[in-house]
Design a protein around this ligand. Structure first.
Ligand code: ADP
Ligand code: ASP
Ligand code: MG
Length: 402
């Protein structure tokens, strides 16, 4: 079997933990498997490098940021290769480029375009364990690019696809996918299986256990993902294609995204073209708008227009709106909000799922500021101070702790 292992920051967070990974990889290799390992930077390392850059500039060049940030993963990859060799396991560390990973030019959030697996295949044929520095590739002009935060998961899935691996095992400090973040709700239950679509929603809505783009790619390439712990031998959770009996399960999980902010534009002229102009300008300035709410018009012919953006893009949104010189009265900003979401494929065929969520939050006196729904999710914006209470309340209201 050919298996891709991916070890996240916590799993390689110290020399002792890299030692632990060495033992696990050596064991998997001895069992007769071909192994490609993808590693993250040691935990905290990427943030430390970002702080270093911010010491010199509040707006550093994205190309240089990619040069800088890609170094964290290289440290881990080479240390792991050295440790494996010391145990008599033939191993070779590779950068993203050496592993053949080509991306587009979108520095700090690049998309993988192609992977040329020949260099990796050659080393595998020679019996070596390959350790690839995650989170990185190169663009057509040869500059290093990175794949967005949490991007080593994406490297691992893309490599598993390119090498036609039997599985892509993502190792972290939790032993699988739970009905919600077990750090917030200790009663959360581990799932044996979750569909790509549900996992993609959970990940996109804040459950950072897997990076959302990695799940999307796994679905597209039909890569079997398994979420496992690097600290235990527990079974883990398989992420795969939805099966027919799954619609029997109404709700599979609750996600929380704290990285949200709300903008309200006051006294917006209620006439055609204003929303178009506001949201086109935001898009042009790379502000990702999520939920939108527009109130009914007041007697003076104006309305309020509210929307949410990632908290990290609030300053950018503010400058765009400030530059608006007509048809709006003013704006309010609030970065103390969060988004809680209920996810489940069973919602497709059952009524009342959203109402259960609204009632549960109402009983705790938690005000819902905005709502959005899709076929398999209900998301609500609430005050951030209620985040954990809301997650636990929703979790219980669908009996996920039973
Ligand atoms: P790594 O650093 O290895 O990439 P992450 O920190 O990105 O690991 O992801 C693991 C964390 O994801 C866990 O510690 C857990 O708190 C969090 N998490 C959030 N939602 C869930 C969930 N539904 N199931 C399991 N873990 C979750
Ligand atoms: N080191 C990068 C990050 O912290 C990528 C990853 O860990 O997957 O976001
Ligand atoms: Mg992660």
């Amino acid at each position: 079997m050919l298996i891709v292992h991916k070890y996240g920051g916590t799993s390689v967070g110290s020399l002792e933990r890299i030692e632990n990974v060495t033992t696990r990889v050596a064991k998997a290799k001895k069992e007769g498997n071909d192994i490609v390992v993808v590693v993250s930077a040691m935990s905290g390392e990427t943030n430390k490098l970002i702080d270093y850059a911010n010491h010199f500039s509040s707006n550093p060049s994205k190309r240089e940021m990619d040069m800088l940030l890609s170094s964290g993963e290289r440290v881990t990859a080479s240390l792991l290769a050295i440790a494996l060799q010391e145990q008599g396991v033939p191993a070779i560390a590779m950068t993203g480029r050496q592993a053949g990973i080509m991306t587009d030019n979108n520095h700090t959030y690049a998309r993988i375009e192609t992977i040329d697996p020949r260099a990796m295949q050659k080393e595998l044929d020679e019996g070596k364990v390959i350790i690839v520095a995650g989170f990185q590739g190169i663009n057509e002009s040869g500059s290093v690019t990175t794949l967005g935060r949490g991007g080593s998961d994406l490297s691992a899935v893309a490599i598993a696809g390119a090498l036609n691996a039997d599985a892509c095992e993502i190792y972290s400090d939790v032993d699988g996918i739970y009905t919600t973040d077990p750090r917030i709700e200790p009663k959360a239950k581990k799932m044996d299986f979750i569909s790509y679509d549900e996992m993609l929603e959970l990940a996109s809505l804040g459950a950072k256990v897997l990076q959302n783009r990695s799940v999307e790619l796994a679905k597209k390439l039909n890569v079997k993902m398994v979420a496992k712990s690097s600290f235990s031998d527990a079974e883990g959770t398989v992420i795969g294609e939805e099966t027919e009996d799954m619609e029997a399960v109404l709700v599979s999980g609750i996600a929380l995204d704290r990285n949200q902010a709300r903008v309200t534009i006051r006294e917006v002229s209620d006439k055609p073209g204003i929303a178009a102009e506001v949201f086109s300008k935001l898009a042009k300035n790379n502000v990702n708008v999520d939920m939108i709410i527009q109130n009914a018009s007041t007697t003076d012919g104006t309305t309020n227009l509210g929307f949410t953006v990632p908290a990290s893009e609030l300053d950018q949104a503010k400058s765009v709106i400030e530059a608006f010189d007509h048809d709006i009265g003013g704006m309010d900003l609030d970065d103390s909000v969060c988004k809680v979401s209920v996810v489940g494929v069973g919602m497709k065929s059952h009524a009342g799922v959203a109402a259960t969520a609204f009632c549960a939050l109402a009983e705790e006196n938690i005000n819902i500021e905005m709502i959005s729904t899709s076929e398999i999710k209900v998301s609500m914006i609430i005050a951030e101070k209620y985040a954990e209470l809301a997650v636990r309340t929703l979790h219980a209201s669908y009996d996920l702790d039973k």
